[in-house]
Design a protein around this ligand. Structure first.
Ligand code: FMN
Ligand code: SF4
Length: 864
């Protein structure tokens, strides 16, 4: 026996040294021989005076090694073989090999020293099941030990001695469980992939928790954890009733729910009603939360066509996958519930699907459901059902019974069969990890797949409320995302009246201009935009895409059909009418953000092929597209404010980094696109963006555009839907715009930036500032030589804005008003105008006393 121990000790020592020195054979041989000499010279009893830190320390336990089952699984956490089991007492409990169920060699339900069961070695082994060492076998399934054959022999050998083990020895043996039998057997090692060894600490808590909280479900593989929240906390909460609505039903439903909640006397604070579609930044409420006492009630319709809710859902989904955000940001909420409205008869398969999706995403983002989702068919149930749901919600908030959150941690059988499932388990015990809803448990992979499967819709489908809304306002929808409209200046010029400001500033004939956008959606929600929140919004393109050829062809057809309708209008000049059937200019603006359209460059090329000039206006939020845009006749960037705070207020951009995006766009204008005829468009809104001239000068210094077109915002009417709609008080007078421009130019010149006031169109309250290089021999050349532009384009040569200039006519110069000769100037009856103004003033309760021009009241928003 002593000899056996010695030999084992030698082997162990040598191998330890060998491993310690990185497997060098020479070192092993030297160590082996040295140890042999040393061993011979020493008295054997000394071996047991173990030094806890040295190799010799292993001698004592090794004496018992044969009695103990051994395993060659290698090191690693979770009680794998090796020194860890000695150093970390707790690991002993998990047996020699890490593994989910208390050890086992890479399998499940392998060994457990502590929980070893009835079968002792004397009763023989079953190697399909895991082993306990001395205590016996566990009967977990699918375990098995990779070193089974070796161990079988050893364990049988050990059987003889096992009866003589006492408890002390047992403890010592537990401290060291090493078998190097197969350590040098590469084939053996190869069978044990390394990845199995460093098993994470088994997620035993789940099972323990399960035992504590809900043992009855053990059989079906579900683990349930219960957490509670008192009604006291609910009653103290700030209840936000959010809604999104296209046709008013959800808004009404939100009001009903609000009324029901107001009737809960114990609710300490009044509910707050909020329109989701009007949120400046969804993340303010759905990543950050207004307070930790916030509770959300979300009332939503569903639409299988594009609607503002799509953007909300898209943002929520993006947030869920945004690794920069904390994993469960909505955990901070007291709770939430969703009320869905829909139509189960017409959309049985998609009944309330967006409300359901919201419910799901809220849970994914960590929010806790305090009341079940309501799904109400507005066709068959309607408002009474909404009332009942709201009433019950109110009662539940006031109910003393704590709310039980139940989270089903599905540990699927498949996962159990997966050797690596330990890596993906969710530890409910962890302080760091929040509760996960069952939605999370399908696995990240399948979620990612789902993300890519986000349904692609049409931006403005024919049966959508947006479509109806737009067509009602005179827009022709082309395909599913483009629109054309004949602007009032086109009609004006056809009737022999004045042209738009672009005639004075750049020589565009309004009667031959087509106003078009290839994207009715926008990435901003500007306060001066007429859309009042009904149009689609998105940071990026997320809809079906129409071909550029299709858009152009059908846009021209639509435009010409609208022109044709003008043929009976009194005063239409036949010559202009005839020419109008050959569009010469295209203003890519109108509404929406044209540069969002993925094929915008191609579309512009098609325009040029038809000898149609391009005036592209973009909102300075898409630097990637701006930098790649091809030749444009004139390239606009809207500069709606000069500071970050003002820009946020005026444009209400969707992008968080809207300011950085704008700066990047300015850099692109100065560099990559400096060959283009570039224009900064400033729309002045009193009380919003007219204060800081110096900051505007900074922006001009950064972008160095050819022109700065300054235009007073025009009144687009008030709307109860648009929380930020402008009043007459926000519309600057012509004199105010002029003063702004003069001060602005003075500031630019003071900084050495060569800009001057060049032209104007007083009628539209529009003034053009130009770089002095357009003043050639003392004469302004702000007009465009269109023929020259196409000639240059067709030549295929590089050219710049300086190559297609034309002299600005006298009448257009600053100070001369800018009304083109040959047109009849028609002023609407003063009285009618004044009456209209008074009505506006009354309804807006504004103190506006006068306006500069008649157009100021009748124009719609910002012209293209
Ligand atoms: C074009 C269109 C599409 C719709 N799609 C769905 C749908 O997919 N699922 C559904 O449950 N209801 C659908 N509805 C019904 C609306 O969700 C329902 O009328 C709702 O009350 C409208 O709310 P709102 O008035 O607040 O916009 C649709 C209605 C319209 C007009
Ligand atoms: S004004 Fe133009 S950029 Fe601003 S929201 Fe309207 S369409 Fe978009």
């Amino acid at each position: 026996m002593a000899f056996s121990n010695s030999v084992t000790a030698l082997v162990v020592g040598a191998i330890s040294v060998y491993l310690y020195f990185g497997g060098r054979v020479s070192v092993a041989i030297v160590a082996f021989i040295s140890y042999g000499i040393f061993y011979t010279e020493q008295n054997k009893p000394k071996q047991v005076e173990a030094d806890n830190n040295g190799l010799d320390s292993k001698s004592e336990p090794l004496k018992k090694e044969k009695k103990k089952h051994v395993c060659a699984c290698g090191g690693g956490e979770g009680g794998s073989c090796g020194s860890k089991s000695k150093a970390e007492g707790s690991k002993k409990k998990k047996g020699c090999c890490g593994g989910k169920n208390g050890g086992g060699c890479g399998g499940h339900g392998g060994h457990s020293h502590e929980h070893g069961h009835s079968h002792s070695h004397e009763h023989g082994h079953d190697h399909e099941h895991g082993h306990t060492h001395e205590q016996g076998h566990s009967h977990s399934h699918a375990g098995g030990c990779a070193c089974a054959a070796k161990r079988e022999k050893k364990n049988h050998d050990n059987d003889d001695d096992s009866s003589s083990d006492d408890n002390d020895h047992q403890k010592q043996l537990d401290d060291l469980t090493i078998d190097f039998t197969g350590a040098f057997n590469t084939a053996h090692n190869a069978k044990k992939p390394l990845k199995k060894m460093p098993k994470r600490e088994p997620k035993r808590f789940n099972k323990d928790k399960k035992a504590e909280s809900d043992s009855k479900d053990e059989s079906d593989g579900l683990i349930k954890s219960a957490f509670t929240i008192s009604n006291e906390k609910l009653l103290k909460s700030d209840v936000y009733v959010f809604y999104s609505s296209l046709q008013g039903a959800a808004e009404q439903a939100a009001n009903i729910v609000e009324t029901q909640l107001q009737q809960v006397k114990e609710l300490e604070k009044e509910p707050i009603l909020m329109n989701l579609d009007e949120l400046d930044n969804i993340d303010d409420y759905f990543v950050d939360v207004p307070s930790e006492t916030a509770l959300y009630v979300i009332v939503l319709p569903s639409y299988d066509v594009d609607c503002p809710l799509d953007y909300f859902l898209q943002t929520m989904e993006e947030n869920f996958y945004d690794s920069r955000l904390e994993r469960y940001p909505l955990r901070k909420l007291v709770g939430y519930t969703v009320l869905g409205l829909g139509d189960s008869e017409s959309w049985p398969d998609k009944f309330c699907y967006q409300a359901k999706k919201t419910d799901h995403l809220m849970a994914k983002l960590g929010a806790r459901r305090i009341f079940p989702i309501g799904e109400i068919c507005m066709k068959t149930s309607g408002n009474p059902a909404i009332e009942s749901w709201g009433k019950l919600l109110g009662e539940m908030l006031n109910d003393d019974e704590p709310i039980l959150y139940e989270y089903d941690e599905t540990v699927s059988n498949e996962a159990d069969e997966d050797e690596d499932e330990g890596e993906s388990e969710i530890d409910l015990d962890s302080e760091d990890e929040p509760l996960a809803d069952v939605e999370d448990l399908a696995g990240a992979d399948s979620d990612k797949k789902k993300q890519n499967q986000y349904e692609i819709k049409q931006m403005v489908a024919k049966n959508s409320p947006t479509y109806k809304n737009l067509t009602k306002q005179g827009y022709k929808i082309v395909g599913s995302h483009s629109g054309v409209k004949v602007c009032r200046w086109t009609k004006n010029e056809l009737r022999g009246r004045g042209s738009c400001y672009k005639k004075s500033l750049f020589n565009i004939a309004s009667s031959r201009c087509m106003e078009l956008t290839p994207s009715l959606a926008c990435s901003s929600k500007c306060v001066f935009c007429w859309r009042h929140g009904t149009n689609p919004v998105s940071k990026n393109w997320r809809w079906e895409v129409d071909e550029p050829e299709f858009i152009l062809e059908n846009a021209l057809i639509a435009h010409y059909s609208m022109i044709k309708q003008m043929r009976g209008v009194p005063g239409v000049v036949a010559e202009r009418f005839a020419k109008a059937f050959k569009v010469a200019h295209c203003a890519l603006s109108l509404v929406g953000e044209p540069i969002l359209y993925p094929y915008i460059s191609k579309f512009i090329e098609l325009l040029h092929q038809k000898d149609i000039t391009s005036f592209l206006v973009c909102n300075a939020q898409h630097p990637e597209s701006l930098s790649t845009i091809g030749k444009v006749t004139q390239l606009y960037v809207s500069i709606d404010a000069s500071t970050k705070q003002e820009l946020k207020k005026v444009d209400r951009p969707l992008y968080k980094d809207f300011w950085e995006r704008m700066m990047e766009c300015l850099d692109i204008i100065r560099t990559v696109q400096s060959h283009q005829r570039t224009v900064f468009r400033l729309t002045l809104v009193k009380g919003f963006n007219m204060g800081d001239i110096s900051s505007y000068a900074d922006l001009v210094g950064r972008g160095l555009p050819c022109f700065i077109e300054v235009k007073g915002a025009t009144f687009s009417g008030s709307s109860k839907d648009n929380v930020n709609s402008l009043t007459m008080q926000n519309i600057p007078y012509n004199e105010e715009c002029k003063r702004f421009v003069e001060n602005f130019v003075a500031e630019l010149q003071r900084r050495g930036l060569p800009y001057e006031v060049a032209a104007e169109h007083a009628h539209s309250n529009c003034i053009l500032i130009a770089n002095s290089k357009f003043k050639i021999n003392g004469e302004w050349h702000t007009h465009i030589a269109f023929d020259k532009f196409f000639e240059l384009l067709k030549s295929g040569k590089d050219f710049t804005y300086m190559d297609y200039l034309e002299k600005t006519p006298e009448w257009a110069l600053y100070g001369n008003g800018g009304f083109a000769p040959g047109n009849e100037r028609v002023i609407r009856k003063e009285k009618k105008l004044k009456n209209k103004l008074l009505r506006e003033q009354e309804s807006l309760k504004s103190e506006t006393s006068s306006i500069a021009t008649e157009e100021t009241t009748s124009e719609v928003s910002v012209e293209a």
